[in-house]
Design a protein around this ligand. Structure first.
Ligand SMILES: [Zn+2]
Length: 286
């Protein structure tokens, strides 16, 4: 896997943070990023911690919201006071939110921002419907996806402006389970609602625990259909699973698929026909 957190990982982390901090007053509140180094959150009371897509929002009773994002490598660790921290070197700590009972340590966090709660839209307002959010709106997600009918479905599912929370694992696994080739155009996906619903179902099934099984089998090596299985036989049809890079330059993600189970429609990158550089499916690895 490429290590990019999925929405269910952030959802579970927010739930655990909420359990530890909601209703409590911070004894220590440090943000170890240059632009917020002077902020002291000690004395602030946490009202709740929620996930919004892959963003985490820690809301305070004084009307402020702390937004953090994992991106590729971030994480929050929760410890009892006195327990040795194990998330990495001290210089990797970006945030420390502590109460008398818990110490929440944020390692390698990105996009750390403190905004008025009534202006959260300025940091997360661009996101599409939240796959795991209480206000999930399938029709709006489909409308946003269909607004770019020529986009590759494997790229569109990761665009958080379409829908928020899907990462690479649930992208490739939901495409496999619905028989859709990652390079198919959005407009060519036979049942887009079924695809999106499948991704959401997988995330709902996994959000309460750290394991991320899409097969129903949590044993290592048996927990995914195609993700991480380049060169091995498809669990359904025996065809060799392929691996390729997909997405805009600098944002491309590895993509696994079974050419037997995901044979239709024929994958065509419409932008490749324009002759624009860098738009053809690249470096497919067999
Ligand atoms: Zn197959």
């Amino acid at each position: 896997m490429d290590g990019v957190p999925e929405g269910d990982t952030v959802w579970l982390a927010a739930k655990r943070m909420d359990t530890a901090l909601a209703g409590a007053t911070l004894t220590t509140g440090e943000l170890r990023v240059p632009q917020l180094a002077a902020v002291d959150l000690a004395g602030a009371t946490v009202t709740e911690v929620v996930a919004r897509g892959k963003h985490m929002l820690t809301r305070f009773a004084d009307g402020r919201t702390l937004r953090t994002h994992y991106r590729m490598d971030g994480s929050w660790h929760i410890y009892r006071p006195g327990v040795r921290w194990r998330g990495g070197p001290a210089f990797a700590v970006r945030a420390l939110l502590a109460t008398d009972a818990w110490q929440c340590v944020g390692y390698r966090l990105h996009d750390v921002a403190l905004v008025p709660t009534d202006r959260e839209h300025e940091v997360v307002g661009h996101l599409g419907p939240d796959v795991l959010g209480p206000g999930w709106d399938l029709d709006e997600a489909l409308r946003r996806l269909r607004a770019s009918p020529d986009e590759q479905i494997g790229v569109a599912l990761l665009d958080q402006r379409n829908l928020a929370g899907i990462g690479n694992l649930y992208k490739v696994e939901s495409l496999f389970l619905t028989g859709v080739h990652p390079w198919a155009r959005v407009a060519d996906v036979p049942d887009l609602a079924a695809l999106v619903t499948r991704a959401r179902t997988l995330m709902l099934a996994n959000r309460e625990h750290p394991a991320q099984s899409t097969t129903g089998d949590t044993r290592r090596g048996r927990d995914h259909w195609v993700a991480g299985r380049k060169g091995r036989p498809c669990r359904r049809c025996g065809t060799t699973v392929l691996l390729g890079d997909q997405g805009p330059d600098l944002q491309e993600r590895v993509t696994w698929w079974c050419p037997g189970c995901q044979a239709t429609p024929v994958p065509v990158d419409p932008r490749a026909r324009t002759g624009l550089p860098g738009t053809e499916p690249r470096r497919a690895r067999y």
